[in-house]
Design a protein around this ligand. Structure first.
Ligand code: KG4
Ligand code: ZN
Length: 417
């Protein structure tokens, strides 16, 4: 099955074309194209993605990236015949009426190419920034209408979950296999907009067992970075700084660490960090950058990261025990955080002695028989933690339901269950 996937839920415009081969249990994935265009630089000075600015950029970038994706995948061919009479230009204009710049580019370029050999078009329908989601969804609808292809609407967080299952296999470029795991599984999904613990009891029934009550983990990293004067996205900056700092110098709280549920809260931690910076510098202004020494910044970053990671790890372990899961997965932009990966792995080893990391290169069938109770984990490769369309293609393949384009809509607050 060959799927073309489109992702525009936040500030990355991404396209992937992936072919899923072999059995549904252990498919191989041939990636024909995988392109991500980040707008992060554009939003850097605003401290977060600005929806209308992001929408404008998606409109500008989507067609060129899409054409580059088709070309990379060897699927770009000029249309030999005129496009069919029954295809109404006015219909395409109506589908794209809220994205005029995209519509103009669509008419100029897409109408001139041959319908590529694809089984379906997948697109992120939510959650995310509504104006951004609409760019991808309307573009996908116009394509589906023009090329008579089924659409698969994909939940963005499901995409992050599936990013953990994709792993590069062998030495050949762009060949992936899918981590074949046992249910029940627990996924910690940590991104700029969401923080969720998702239980997957069976194929593919998702249940959110815990989530943030206020800020998302990534958002908290972004805010602390901003308070210290660093550009968006703040997560990578904070984690780099934290590696040089001491987490013991300042004490910051891990909110809701002891609550009985699996929910999170990061706004209290953010406020505590803000007060700490105020006390050190005597100022609440974002211009405190100049007043903090490099040592203080590194120590604040390390203390903040420790407090945030601590609660994420503890709650994941507790939920893994309670639900007796056999697999633990990690996903989302914050999954790139090295301390989170390290601490989660260490805690799983310590607290769940049956824990085992599947060694690289070990495939089902070749593996020694294992006791059934062994818990395994899989973290996404660092280049698949952030938003990308390959994870959307994978989620579409496993969980997707093909729909006629007329039935696909954006849901900015879509939930996995
Ligand atoms: O999943 P993602 O790319 O986009 C959303 O769906 O939101 O996540 C982006 C978030 C940003 O908040 C970014 O600061 C954070 O992931 N992030 C990190 C790291 N790399 C990215 N947070 C902590 N440590 C990192 N290394
Ligand atoms: Zn995301």
């Amino acid at each position: 099955m060959k799927i073309l996937a489109i992702e525009t839920s936040c500030d990355e415009t991404a396209i992937a074309i992936a072919e899923f081969l072999g059995s549904k249990q252990t498919p191989r994935v041939r990636v024909l194209s995988h392109i991500i265009s980040s707008q992060a630089k554009l939003h850097a000075k605003f401290g977060g993605a600005v929806p209308n600015l992001a929408k404008r950029e998606h409109q500008r970038n989507l067609v060129p990236i899409f054409l580059a994706g088709l070309k990379e995948g060897g699927l770009l061919e000029k249309r030999k015949s005129n496009f069919p009479r029954e295809v109404g230009l006015s219909k395409i204009e109506r589908i794209l009426e809220r994205e005029p710049e995209l519509c103009a580019k669509f008419k100029k370029s897409i109408l001139t190419i041959s319908p590529p050999e694809l089984d379906a078009i997948a697109v992120t329908y939510g959650p995310g920034l509504a104006p951004c989601l609409w760019v991808g969804v309307n573009f996908a609808k116009a394509l589906a209408y023009l090329w008579k292809k089924p659409l698969i609407p994909v939940n963005h967080m499901a995409g992050h979950l599936f990013s953990a299952l994709l792993r590069e296999s062998g030495k050949e470029n762009f060949q992936f296999s899918i981590f074949n795991f046992q249910f029940p599984a627990l996924a910690l999904l940590v991104s700029g907009g969401h923080t969720e613990l998702v239980l997957v009891k069976k194929q593919w029934k998702f249940e959110i067992v815990g989530e943030t009550l206020d800020d998302a983990a990534g958002e908290a990293f972004d805010k602390i970075a901003r308070i210290m004067g660093f550009p968006y996205p703040g997560g990578p900056v904070i984690s780099r700084l934290a590696e040089k700092g001491s987490p013991k110098r300042y004490s910051l709280p891990s909110p809701m660490l002891h609550s009985k549920d699996y929910n999170f809260s990061f706004s209290g931690l953010k406020t505590a960090a803000l007060y700490l910076i105020r006390d050190i510098t005597g100022s609440m202004s974002w211009k405190t950058k100049t007043k903090l020494t490099a040592r203080q910044k590194a120590d604040i970053a390390a203390s903040f990261e420790k407090a945030a990671v601590n609660v994420l790890v503890k709650k994941t372990i507790r939920a893994a025990k309670e639900y007796k899961v056999k697999t633990v997965l990690l996903g989302g932009g914050v999954a790139a955080n090295r301390k989170l990966r390290h601490d989660l792995e260490t805690a799983l080893k310590k607290e769940l002695p049956s824990f085992r990391i599947r060694p690289l290169g070990e495939f089902p069938g070749f593996a020694r028989p294992e006791p059934r109770h062994w818990l395994r984990t899989q973290f996404p490769s660092s280049d698949l933690c952030g938003d990308n369309a390959l994870m959307i293609a994978a989620a579409a393949y496993f969980t997707g339901k093909k729909k006629p384009w007329t039935e696909v809509r954006v849901d900015a607050n879509a939930r996995m269950n």
